[in-house]
Design a protein around this ligand. Sequence first.
Ligand SMILES: [Zn+2]
Length: 261
Amino acid sequence: MLLILTGCTAIDAVTGQQTRNFYSLQQDVEIGTQVYDETIKEMRKQGVPINADRARVAQLKEMVRRISAVSDLPNLPYEVTLIQTNIVNAMAAPGGKIMVYEGLWNPKDGLVKDDDELAAVLAHEIAHVNCRHSTEAMTRQMLLNALFLGATIFAQAKEKDELATALGGAFVLYNGIWVTRYSRADETEADSVGLMYMAKAGYDPRAALRIWERAAQQRTGHDPADSIFSTHPADAVRLQNLRTKLPAALAAYKASPYRRS
Ligand SMILES: [Zn+2]
């Protein structure tokens, strides 16, 4: 267990701080590519059109190229795919594979209405990739499992059945709490980091506030589990964080050599 605890520190490319990640960046790419390939294959099998709208795909590719170029890990094999379903979402696998669902543009209940707003969504996803949130979460999960499994085995070896049951219960409880708490922190970090990426790439960062305010209004409380409204609850804390970070992002936007007009 000590080996696991000490053997997985890495330097976070975004913060420059030490972070716990049991996986290498190369493994991020391998895991992400595998997940991505399997997802796309499954979608094709179900007859979902992939990259059918060529103009939109070209636009997505160009935007991902621009935003990833100013990110902290510009050399990852970034790739973006357009999935033609009415789900309102975009997601990134570790290592830089991004999927965008066409529902994002739905005029009625979609999320984006212009290029800057689309850039805000893509920059948020690219931030998750740079912060390596997926494999960090997997690492936390492994450590928790190891910790509680070790304690449970210890208790069982001592034939203290009650203690083993109690530890098992605590494991389930802590699992839920930690994962939820950390993923909210990850969302906040992706918002802050993404805001700077889009600004540096020459997209107006005020668009990020616009879309998350819109998301807060459009949430119905019974959104499909796979929509961006469910995976990215836009609450007051989230909007406040974006407002706090906006002045710095606006300065980066005004200084960006890539800014249009
Ligand atoms: Zn996110």
